[in-house]
Design a protein around this ligand. Structure first.
Ligand code: XBP
Ligand code: MG
Length: 253
C-alpha cells in the first residue's frame, strides 16, 4: 500500500512557535498581576507537559499556588490560559513575529499537488493554527488541509495517541498509509502509538531530545539548494524532503 496522507504537527514543526507561546504566558502572568516569569530553562522543563493549559496547571501545583478567592485551580488555569491564547494570537497578528520553518510551505504545496491528503495533529487550539497560517503562508494554504485535529477535540494530549487516532478516523485511513512530521519526543510517541511512521525536524526546544523509532531525524525539511542536516536515519541521497523521499521512507518503514 502506498503513502496516502501526510500529517503535520504545528508547534515546533510548521513554525518554531514555542518562544512566542512562552512570551504570551509571561505577558498573561504579568498583566494579571502575578510575579511568575518562565525563563527559557524553566519553559524547557515545563514543555514535557503538552498543552498550555495543562502546563500551566502543572506549574501552579508545583509552586503550591492557591487561588485568592477559593476558585477551582483548573478553572483559574483555564481562564489565565485563555488570556494567554489571545495574547499569542495578537503577537502573531502583529506580524514579523515568526516565519514558517524551511521547506514547510513548499512541501505542503508539493504534497497537495501530488495528490497526498493533508492533515494536522496538534496540541494547540484550532484558533492558534489559524492565526499562525493567517500571519504566514495564508489561510488558503491552511485550506489544503482536509482534517485539523487540534487542542481539546481529544481527551488526552500528546504523548497519548488520541490526536493521531482522531485524525486517522476523520481521514478514514489506516495508520500504515500515513506519515507524520513532528519535532518532539512527545509528538513522536503520540504518532507512533497510533501506528503512524514519523520523521522529526528538530526545533529550538527539542533539539536535545531522544527520538527512538523515528524514520529520520533532520535539522529541518530543507529546500532545493539549502540542504537539511541529517542527524539520524537514511535520506537516500536526498538533500531536502520531497514527496519522493516521503514515499521512500514510507515504503521502507
Ligand atoms: C505543543 C504544545 C502546545 C504549545 C502551547 O505540542 O505543547 O501546547 O506549547 O499551545 P505539539 P497551547 O507541538 O506536540 O502539539 O497553549 O495553545 O496549548
Ligand atoms: Mg510540536
Amino acid at each position: 500500500m502506498g503513502l496516502e496522507a501526510l500529517i503535520f504537527d504545528v508547534d515546533g514543526t510548521v513554525a518554531d512557535t514555542e518562544e512566542v507561546h512562552r512570551q504570551a504566558f509571561n505577558a498573561a502572568f504579568s498583566e494579571a498581576g502575578y510575579p511568575w516569569v518562565w525563563d527559557r530553562g524553566r519553559y524547557k522543563g515545563l514543555l514535557a507537559t503538552a498543552g498550555g493549559r495543562e502546563r500551566l496547571l502543572r506549574y501552579l501545583k508545583e509552586i503550591g499556588f492557591s487561588t485568592p478567592d477559593g476558585e477551582d485551580l483548573e478553572a483559574f488555569a483555564q481562564r489565565l490560559h485563555e488570556r494567554k491564547t489571545t495574547l499569542f494570537g495578537e503577537r502573531l497578528a502583529g506580524g514579523g513575529c515568526i516565519p514558517l520553518r524551511p521547506g514547510v510551505e513548499r512541501l505542503i504545496g508539493e504534497a497537495f499537488d501530488s495528490g497526498l491528503r493533508l492533515a494536522i495533529a496538534t496540541t494547540t487550539s484550532p484558533g492558534n493554527v489559524e492565526a499562525l497560517f493567517a500571519a504566514t503562508a495564508g489561510t488558503d494554504v491552511l485550506a489544503r488541509f482536509e482534517v485539523i485535529g487540534a487542542g481539546d477535540c481529544v481527551a488526552h494530549k500528546k504523548p497519548a495517541p488520541d490526536i493521531y487516532s482522531y485524525v486517522l478516523h476523520a481521514l478514514n485511513l489506516a495508520p500504515d498509509v500515513c506519515l507524520a512530521i513532528e519535532d518532539s519526543a512527545n509528538g513522536l510517541e503520540s504518532a507512533n502509538a497510533a501506528g503512524v511512521g514519523t520523521v522529526i525536524t528538530v526545533a529550538t526546544y527539542t533539539a536535545d531530545e531522544t527520538f527512538i523509532g523515528a524514520r529520520a531525524v533532520l535539522s529541518d525539511l530543507g529546500d532545493p539548494g539549502i540542504p537539511f542536516e541529517v542527524l539520524e536515519g537514511d535520506v537516500f541521497g536526498k538533500t531536502h524532503v520531497d514527496v519522493e523521499l516521503l514515499r521512500r521512507w514510507h515504503s521502507d518503514g
